[in-house]
Design a protein around this ligand. Structure first.
Ligand code: F6P
Length: 597
């Protein structure tokens, strides 16, 4: 994490001097703190020759020429001309069927996209990631979320040190802890069982755990509820704790850095809230555990590091839901299901690492995304899961994609001459159909959609015979219908043929040719969720490699944090001398005036 200190937690691997790097540097002795500070950062990286700017490749130039054809492609004609198109542009692996045939692509365009990935050295970059090289060049760190789900006997080295045993040591500690909470052997300070686990964290220390808790609700121990406090807004804290009994509540303070103001403020408030009833400071040990890379800050907070679950600076916040950050997930679904979740991630890691690009789900999704973004000019992507359990998936992908690839400069600091991350947004279907799909069907800006569903429901409600559809049949009919309507639309001639008066025809016409991917998976399970998340993680990787940005830093979040720190005392102390622009100064004055009333 940029501008935050990383320290070596008990479980952190030691760095050896035999550092393997993707980039060469004058010195390898660079601390993360230095890397994030304004002074004395590590030397500028020398990028490998294969890390080329995408617009310097032959494939990019070819794609620019093909863009005209793509923009004027008619999917009705394409499907009519090629009866095999639906099959040709679909791929299945790991119980996931990806149909990408309803995109504005053809064989020639796809070939050029694969050539682009090859010319941009995506496979070499992936190899460097899996090898533990410091591909996060602005923070001089390895990027190894894949090590979090590597099987026990595997070897993945960071600076010469095999981190897999460390990962499993933490996992085993998590398992013992989760089991004790679930079984009731872990008791609160007054001897009561834990009934609610409250995760306090934000960004990557919140979005993944919430998403997974909601997605896997059906696999959770229903006698223990998990809640998630993230916002600094006290209303979040109030609402999530107002009906809880501190004697039965366990807080998991989750923060990679343990310095994030929202999390630390909420954690302090939780401590005060718990001690108001429990009185004895010794109660903290029974009601607070920490997940962090920063042991020093954890003990400063008053949490015994024996109750801390560590991870490492080579795990980015938004790539950390399968690290100890997933502790609340493990308590909820149990260690066995958590292992299944990890196995699902690993399935996809192996698929990504070994399958040829043309038969590789992350490559396919990524390249189609690049086509839509850079050559067809689409500015947003809607992620539309037809599964209520996945109702937080789009929010999770928002951080994953936009914090990773929402960058405007290349690895070498020169401006990107191409577009990078689109806006990611979405809500589950069918709810969205009654809210914003109007714009997707008939608005002026095409919105590529990822439609995601499961063939088998976890709960079959209704139906029962061939004539009466179940809820799930209706749900799935809707997702298929949306893909069909978006691709093929409704022509003015068809609208007229229904007897529509001429003046209404344009209003009732659907232009079609709106791109969609449909990801149909067999059934939602911890394993399948792991596969889906890793699919998108690697999609983001492929896109970031081609866009030649650092997908693993997030300097763009820093300025606002610094300015907020400066403004805080100006809101609560004596009236400050004007030191801001006229607008900000005016807002501060108005706030102070209304607060003083
Ligand atoms: O401010 C952005 C960010 O650094 C995210 O990248 C991260 O997931 C989040 O804040 C939380 O950080 P931490 O886990 O260190 O509290």
């Amino acid at each position: 994490m940029a501008a935050k200190k990383s320290s070596t937690a008990k479980t952190s691997p030691k760095r050896s001097s035999s550092s393997k790097k993707t980039v060469s540097r004058k010195t390898s002795k660079t601390t993360a703190a230095k890397a994030s500070g304004a002074t004395n950062p590590h030397p500028a990286p020398v990028l490998p020759a294969w890390h080329v700017a995408p617009d310097s490749t032959k494939a990019w130039k070819r794609l620019e020429k093909l863009a005209k054809k793509g923009a004027s492609m008619d999917l009705r004609q394409s499907f009519a001309k090629d009866r095999a198109r639906g099959r040709k542009f679909a791929f299945e692996a790991l119980g996931m069927h990806l149909d990408y045939s309803k995109n504005l692509i053809d064989g020639e365009i796809l070939d050029a996209l694969f050539a682009l990935a090859s010319e941009c050295g995506v496979a070499k970059h992936a190899k460097a990631m899996f090898a533990g090289n410091h591909i996060n060049v602005t923070e001089d760190r390895a990027v190894l979320h894949v090590a979090l789900r590597a099987p026990k006997g595997a070897t993945i080295k960071v600076d010469g040190h095999n981190v897999v045993p460390d990962v499993h040591e933490v996992l085993e500690r998590m398992e013992r802890f989760a089991t004790s909470v679930r079984s009731g052997s872990w008791r609160g300070h007054t001897g009561k069982r834990i009934r609610t686990v409250v995760n306090i964290g934000i960004g990557g220390s919140d979005l993944g755990p919430v998403m997974a808790y909601e997605a896997l609700k059906d696999f959770t121990e229903r006698g223990i509820e998990c809640r998630y406090i993230s916002n600094i807004d006290g209303e979040d804290f109030y609402e999530k704790t107002r009906d809880l009994n501190p004697e039965e509540t366990l807080f998991v303070v989750s923060s990679k850095t343990f310095t994030t103001i929202e999390t630390m403020t909420n954690a302090q408030s939780a401590r005060a809230w718990a001690l108001a009833k429990l009185k004895d400071p010794a109660a903290v040990a029974k009601h607070f555990v920490a997940v962090s890379t920063n042991a020093a800050e954890v003990s400063k907070f008053g949490i015994d590091t024996a109750n801390m679950f560590g991870f490492w600076d080579w795990v980015g916040g938004r790539y950390s839901m399968d690290s100890a950050i997933g502790l609340s997930t493990m308590v909820a679904i149990g260690p066995e299901n958590f292992r299944e979740l990890l196995a699902g991630f690993h399935d996809m890691d192996e698929h990504f690492r070994t399958a040829p690009p043309k038969k590789n789900l992350p490559y396919l999704l990524a390249l189609i995304g690049i086509w839509n973004r850079d050559f067809l000019g689409c500015e947003t992507v809607a992620v539309l899961p037809y599964c209520q359990y996945l109702h937080r998936l789009s929010a999770y992908f928002q951080q994953l994609e936009m914090e990773s690839n929402g960058k405007r400069v290349q690895l070498d600091g020169t401006p990107c001459r191409w577009q990078t991350s689109p806006v990611i947004w979405g809500e589950p279907g069918t709810n969205g159909q009654h809210a914003f799909y109007q714009m997707i069907h008939q608005g002026t800006s095409p919105v590529p959609c990822d439609l995601i569903a499961f063939a088998k429901p976890l709960h079959e409600i209704g139906g029962g015979d061939a004539k009466s559809p179940s809820h799930h049949d209706i749900l799935l009919a809707n997702i298929f219908a949306q893909g069909e309507a978006l691709a093929f639309g409704k022509t003015p001639a068809e609208v007229r043929a229904e007897g529509t008066p001429e003046w209404l025809v344009p209003h009732r016409t659907f232009p079609g040719n709106r791109p969609t991917n449909t990801l149909l998976c067999e059934k939602l399970s911890p394993r399948m969720l792991g596969r889906i998340i890793a699919l998108y993680e690697h999609k983001v990787f492929v896109q970031g490699s081609i866009w030649r940005v650092n997908s693993f830093d997030q300097w763009g979040v820093e300025l606002g944090k610094v300015l907020a720190k400066r403004i805080i005392p100006e809101l609560v102390g004596a009236a400050p001398k004007p030191s801001h622009d006229g607008s900000t100064q005016g807002l501060i004055a108005r706030y102070r005036a209304w607060r003083a009333r």
